[in-house]
Design a protein around this ligand. Structure first.
Ligand code: UN1
Length: 497
């Protein structure tokens, strides 16, 4: 771990002797004591970011894009090291750790191109000799609160866009993954050193607990906070931001469902379900948590799934054959067990879900992903448990399946597996999936950066990453210019003096 941090250029002072204990879920042991930012440091970082904003907003956007491009190059060079750090801290398998860094590289490429396309509309005006158009201006300091499960990519979605849009970024990472944040910050500083026009304070990390997040949420110099985490966190953050009329981009809980229709390609479906439900040990916000299977194929699909669940390689995520790494901590394990108990009490038939002991790592929490057959969509099924639990239910007709699909409080990602065009389009239509992400013949997780990412209802309504999401990070001005010598008023209003 020290080797990786030194390769990334992190100052050892920052992770030894501090108050913030960091554990690796791989062994369950403490690996570092990260310096916890003080209140004074929050104040200094936000103040410096605000000062940086006053300069950065004047740097032409394509030049701002150049800094993000340089940062992308640092990420390319450091992909193996940063990926490994993510594996150590979040417990993802190596390919997913590196995949997360690839997601950062991709958003940097996207944002660098975007820096030349922050385009506004020209709009027809009703007045003669007038021109009406939109301009997009930098907004101010962007606060990012991120979760342990995507310790670097989610920050990058926000930071790459914010930076090209002219906004500095102050980041409060999950206290469980503060080393990854330090690694990213060191790489960003490397890019800054190669770019003469970057003001001091363009990016900062506030390591710590709740109070670090609160510093961002309550500071009037931070006009936008993008927060990823639980619905409970969102319920606290959203009203506080609303009280000071700050913008919020919320990416909260998901309870993602897939519908498997009789015409589905079962081999493809099986592989998609396996990755979406068991990948990242069920700790993605896009993880597949509910499966609605048509009654005619239910038994054969569930039998096949049981075989996959029984044989999947669980263990040290650094080993090449492992597909399911550890849960993040003891609390995650307890929550998983308590949800399984509630399902059992409601009559579930449960396959898997038990702790898998790894003799070298007695303090870590490895589990066999659980396949939980339910007769109905009970209360526990409607709740998100951040663990590899897949609730499986039967359905008879698609209308009923879509009703069950949407009958949960969350609305992030969704899928249908079918080769029937009518079923696929029904699912994607206005009366189909009510989620922010709706897929056909692809699981709900593993989205590309090019699309807008986020969801509805208790997922919070925010969108991050691609498409036209950049607009959330800018101030839109509507401009009307009169180049004539008359003063016609809109709507034909007369006001002669
Ligand atoms: C998250 O779990 O917070 O679509 C983000 C995915 C990833 C991002 C997940 N690209 O699964």
């Amino acid at each position: 771990m020290a080797e990786v941090l030194s390769e990334l250029g992190v100052d050892p002072e920052l992770y030894s002797g501090g108050a913030l204990e960091v554990r690796t879920p791989i062994t369950g042991k403490t690996i570092a004591h990260v310096h916890a930012s003080t209140r004074q440091e929050f104040e200094t970082a936000i103040g410096a970011a605000h000062d940086a904003f006053l300069q950065w907003r004047l740097v032409p956007a394509p030049k701002r894009g150049e800094l993000v491009r340089l940062f992308g190059e640092e990420l390319r060079a450091a992909k193996p090291a940063l990926g490994r750090l993510v594996t150590i801290e979040a417990g993802k398998i190596a390919s997913e750790g590196e995949g997360e860094v690839q997601e950062m590289i991709d958003i940097c490429t996207f944002a660098a191109g975007l820096s030349r396309q922050l385009c506004g509309l020209t709009i027809a005006t009703e007045r003669e000799n007038h021109r009406m158009f939109e301009t997009w201006h930098p907004l101010g300091v962007v606060g990012v609160i991120s979760a342990f499960n995507f310790p670097v990519a989610v920050w990058a979605w926000n930071a790459a866009l914010a930076l090209v849009c002219g906004n500095p970024v102050v980041w409060k990472p999950s206290e469980k993954t503060s080393l990854s944040a330090l690694g990213v910050q060191a790489l960003f500083e490397r890019a800054v050193r190669k770019f003469s026009e970057a003001p001091i304070g363009l990016s900062a990390v506030l390591n710590g607990g709740r109070e670090a997040g609160e510093a961002l949420v309550d500071d009037p110099r931070v006009p936008l906070v993008s927060a990823t985490g639980s619905t409970r966190m969102g319920r606290e953050v959203a009203p506080r931001l609303a009280a000071r009329f700050a913008r919020a981009i919320l990416e909260l809980g998901g309870n993602n469902c897939a519908i498997v229709c009789p015409s589905a390609d079962l081999e493809l479906t099986l592989r998609a379900i396996a990755f979406a439900a068991m990948g990242t040990a069920g700790q993605r916000c896009t993880t597949l948590r509910r499966l609605l299977v048509h009654e005619t194929i239910y038994d054969s699909l569930v039998d096949r799934l049981k075989q996959v669940y029984a044989s999947v390689a669980i263990g040290d995520p650094r080993q090449a054959r492992t597909l399911v790494g550890p849960l993040i901590d003891a609390r995650a394990f307890e929550l998983m067990q308590s949800s399984l108990q509630q399902a059992r009490d409601a009559g579930a038939n449960i396959f898997g879900g038990e702790r898998v002991p790894i003799p070298e790592f007695p303090d870590a929490y490895y589990v066999r992903p659980a396949l939980v057959e339910m007769a109905e969509q009970t209360e526990i099924v409607r709740r998100e448990t951040f663990a590899p639990i897949l609730y499986v239910m039967r359905y008879r007709d698609l209308e009923e399946a879509v009703r069950l699909h949407n009958d949960v409080p969350q609305g992030l990602a969704s899928s249908i597996f079918t080769t029937d065009l009518r079923e696929a389009e029904y699912f994607l239509s206005a009366r189909g999936s009510d989620c922010g992400i709706a897929n056909v013949n692809i699981g709900p997780s593993g989205a590309e950066i090019g699309g807008a990412f986020g969801g509805e209802k208790e997922t919070g309504g925010g969108r991050e990453s691609g498409s036209d999401v950049w607009k959330l990070y800018m101030r839109r001005a509507t401009n009307t210019v009169n180049y004539g010598s008359e003063l016609p008023l809109a709507q034909g209003v007369k006001f002669e003096i």
